[in-house]
Design a binder for this molecule. Structure first.
Ligand code: 5GP
Ligand code: ZN
Length: 114
């Protein structure tokens, strides 16, 4: 999508600190980290939000979680633990309308979210 920040990052048109890239997904460090490790994992395909996932996206959604687990391991978070967050829409706190999974770790995270 031409006017999407995360599509531009996936295409390399806007720089980011990339930690993983493959044919289907890109992961990069959040510009305003909320934890010592804060990575965003996105599909290259422009899906606006988690609420837009449909039946045809089941395999992609599964691979997204497997990729997120691999990234957490590669970032050394598996021993101490980590959190995945998928914000959707305004009440969900989504600010960038391209589906992204937050991988947060490196400190104890509070619960419930504010
Ligand atoms: P959301 O609030 O939509 O769930 O998460 C969007 C995230 O994208 C935020 O944590 C925000 O800091 C991050 N972000 C916004 N703009 C940029 C950017 O240009 N580069 C990077 N790396 N992260 C960004
Ligand atoms: Zn996009």
């Amino acid at each position: 999508m031409a006017d999407c920040l995360f599509c531009k990052i996936a295409a390399g048109a806007i720089p980011a600190d990339i930690v993983h890239a493959d044919e289907e997904f890109v992961a990069f460090r959040d510009i305003a980290p909320r934890a010592p490790v804060h990575v965003l994992l996105i599909p290259r395909r422009h899906i606006p939000s988690p609420g837009d996932l449909g039946d045809g996206d089941a395999a992609l959604a599964g691979r997204l979680l497997v990729a997120a687990a691999r990234i957490a391991r590669e970032l050394g978070l598996d021993a101490t633990g980590f959190r995945w967050v998928l914000n959707s829409g305004a009440d969900g706190g989504q600010t960038v309308p391209h589906l992204h999974l937050h991988v947060l770790g490196g400190r104890e995270l509070g619960w419930p979210p504010g």
